[in-house]
Design a protein around this ligand. Sequence first.
Ligand code: ZN
Ligand code: ZN
Length: 361
Amino acid sequence: MNANSFATKRKRGGNAAAMKRLILILSGAAAALIVAAAAILWFSPSVQDAVFARMVRAHLGTGHALPDPQRASACTAVIAGDHMILIDAGAGSTLRLSEMRLPLAKMDAVFLTHLHSDHLGDLGNTALQGWLDGRKTALEIFGPVGTANVVAGYSAVFQADAGYRIAHHGAANLPPDGSKLMAHEIATPGPHEAVKVYDRDGMTVEAFLVDHHPVAPAFGYRVSYKGRVVVLSGDTRPNANVEHFAQGADLLIHEALNKSMVAMLSDGLNENGIHRLGQMMHDTISYHTSPVDAAKIARKANVRMLVFSHVVPPMPNALTRHIFMRGVAAAAGPVRTMLGHDGQLLTLPVGSKEIETRDLL
Ligand SMILES: [Zn+2]
Ligand SMILES: [Zn+2]
């Protein structure tokens, strides 16, 4: 803008040299102000909160508080040897899995942490895509009591579609068994117990209870393969089982909700007279874990790395991500921490302690 106004004014003639000097000084001053503002923003929590609160108000009225189109709902794929499994299949996850070019035909099981819709909304599409990509057998769905109902529902919804496709492409290309879902309801583990629910070619999955009351049972999962261990918290309040079963794990993938940010969103809704949504927003605070509490759990569990997934609220820019992670590094101590994002690939080579990170999107 400065360059344009300079060119315009120089064409007009007059005191061009003086004008140029003035504009350059202004440009320099503006740049300094921007840097200073960014520095204040980055290091002052109160200024960050004020800016965030302003953003909250600016976004109200559109029906979406701080929308974040960058994130699909809950879904983590684990690939080990010749098997691929999913932990949860929330809305949008099938598209992401396809975009990442993951080997969906090798996906033989999905593990639901609990039956909230943001963890299973894409189950039908995920199963369908794996079949289209070449899975010949039923997709096995493991989860808490009630999983059989979910599976029966999705089977009914996709039944006609499967019939059309088999009729169109032939059973040789689309073996009918591959279109099916098979439910395995996991017997609820004892309070301090992990039950092995999957053991194939060296990959094991154990389920343990977490606390997402009133959603019960809700599970965390511990996935092992040839000495490498990944633990997923599922949705939970800070929970001793996560710390216990993540003890010494390579990687802890923990949910996180930043309570002060969500409280600000709730306040913003209330101040705008949207009390019902304000209350519901506030309700979510009680059954999740703050990033700092998750970092403390990761540190006590002596994990190598903590990755936040299933993060709330949406974080559309660097400032909100910065606020979200406030205090995490201090609480985590020696544990490496990372705010997860869609398309992220974490590789744990067998026979090493390394964790490599890469983006596939
Ligand atoms: Zn939930
Ligand atoms: Zn959830």
